[in-house]
Design a binder for this molecule. Structure first.
Ligand SMILES: C[S@@+](CC[C@H](N)C(=O)[O-])C[C@H]1O[C@@H](n2cnc3c(N)ncnc32)[C@H](O)[C@@H]1O
Length: 453
């Protein structure tokens, strides 16, 4: 079977630092260039480009093989990609100076590389070295910390389209030597480019981490800095069972609240249309968005139906942020706000839909039972409750996103956690809900929907 005229396999093998391999020799950029060029030359429906593991020519990469004929290329750097696509993929004539034609030599080289690589792995294993992927995970904090510090100091904005380290240090009010060190690390991580001694943002960092970009994510990403502080107390937290900080949301200052709601908003704005589609707005005239945060969900529901009004219930410190988003969406008349405490307050009556998005994980089981009971009271007959949250597998040992989110709650709340579908089903039944269903959505969080019985 040959669904595409040509199928191009590009080696993207990552090997330990210092061991030759295509990823280290820039196969990521080659893949990007190939996909871009194939599209540009109108071949996207004829030529399939696939990243693959080692094809054995480790010292001459980036390597690729073009099927069905099996043409083995080496040294495919981004600058030769347009020529290969035009001459070979479009015109049928391979770029001979980059093609390996000697089959015997090719086989010998592949065997030699394979044997050397296996010998290296064996020697490491015999010496009792930690597996690379484990070591990488343990050191993961280093790259995270470098990015967070760059964001805290707004270095990507200071670097802009090109600046020497000394200029960045002057603009940022930071130490010259230290600034140069961190800029070099960011360049090594592929988040800046360094040319002739000057640094510049990449397309990605310019888009997300620099001022004046419409997709500026700096405020939202600074929430990760807040979390970093908490997570650094995890050991103590596991020892004692108590969270690192015991302040409730209401007591936290603007320097926590604004990045937090900005972070919530980025995720919610992207996810809200999926939730609205999955839940539907037929028959929904009044909805209550408990702990509605930035208002992204209330806004999306109101946008989906002109007959729908939404009330966003949250802390007084958060409502001005939500009101800003609601006003910007031109929905101030149909999305209103109400200040209150979701842990204790009654929510009123007569709602067709109550939404609990990213709320239940903040609370312990007893608090959730009580919250669901109050949500039921707020619903009209036949009204629906929608819970949107991370869902753990029933044995609680996965998926990783939900299990790690439980740690986030362990260090940040008194009794919060990720829960299983079974937990929610039991609490909902106890609170008097019926027809509980789970709806899977793209991303780590899912919906549990139930009707007031
Ligand atoms: C994780 S955010 C979720 C925001 C929004 N529902 C979303 O999914 O994007 C939790 C929300 O609950 C609010 N919240 C926390 N404690 C609260 C309380 N005691 N009473 C009312 N709202 C609270 C926070 O201000 C925040 O907006």
């Amino acid at each position: 079977m040959q669904p595409f005229r040509l199928h191009v396999f590009v080696c993207d093998q990552v090997k330990p630092e210092g061991v030759p391999g295509c990823a280290a020799r820039g196969s990521g950029k080659t893949l990007e260039a190939l996909r871009r060029e194939v599209g540009k030359q109108g071949l996207a429906d004829e030529v399939q480009v696939t990243a693959c593991g080692s094809i054995g020519l480790c010292e001459r990469g980036p390597d690729m093989v073009v099927y069905p004929e099996g043409t083995w290329y080496s040294g495919v750097t981004p600058d030769v990609v347009p020529e290969i696509v035009a001459s070979h993929f479009r015109g049928g004539t391979p770029v001979e100076r980059l093609v390996n034609r000697d089959e015997g030599a090719l086989k010998d080289e592949i065997r030699g590389n394979r044997d050397r690589y296996l010998a290296t792995l064996k020697a490491k294993d015999a010496a009792g070295a930690l597996p690379d992927d484990l070591l990488q995970t343990i050191r993961g904090f280093q790259e995270s910390r470098v990015i967070l510090t760059a964001l805290e100091l707004d270095l990507f904005t200071a670097v802009g389209d090109g600046a020497a380290a000394a200029d960045v240090a002057r603009r940022s009010g930071t130490d010259g030597r230290a600034t140069e060190t961190i800029l070099n690390a960011l360049a090594a991580m592929g988040l800046l480019v360094k040319r002739d001694g000057a640094f510049a943002t990449t397309p990605v960092t310019k888009r997300f981490f620099a001022a004046s970009s419409p997709d500026d994510a700096r405020a939202a990403m600074l929430h990760q800095s807040s979390l970093w502080q908490r997570w650094s107390h995890l050991t103590e937290c596991v020892r004692t069972g108590a969270p690192a900080t015991v302040t409730e949301m209401a007591e936290r200052g603007d320097d926590w609240t604004r990045p937090f709601i900005a972070a919530m908003h980025r995720g919610a704005a992207e996810r809200a249309p999926h939730v609205v589609r999955a839940v539907g707005v037929a028959g929904v005239r009044r909805m209550l968005d408990v702990g509605g945060g930035s208002g992204a969900y209330s806004i999306a529901f109101a946008q989906a139906s002109p007959a729908l009004t939404a009330e966003l219930f949250d802390l007084p410190t958060v409502l001005p942020i939500a009101e800003g988003h609601v006003a910007a969406a031109g929905l101030s008349g149909r999305v209103t706000t109400r200040a209150g405490d979701l842990r204790t307050d009654a929510f009123g009556h007569g709602y067709d839909l109550v939404l609990l998005s990213a709320i239940c994980h903040m609370l312990g089981p007893d608090e959730n039972r009580d919250l669901l009971r109050r949500c039921r009271e707020a619903l009209s007959d036949g009204g629906r409750l929608v819970i949107s949250d991370f869902l753990l597998d029933e044995d609680r040992a996965g998926p990783k996103s939900a299990a790690l989110f439980s740690i986030n709650m362990l260090v940040g709340t008194r009794s919060g956690a990720s829960y299983t579908e079974g937990d929610y089903r039991a609490w909902l039944a106890q609170a008097g809900f019926v027809e509980t269903t789970r709806v899977r959505l793209p991303g780590p969080a899912h919906l549990v929907v139930a009707r007031r019985g």
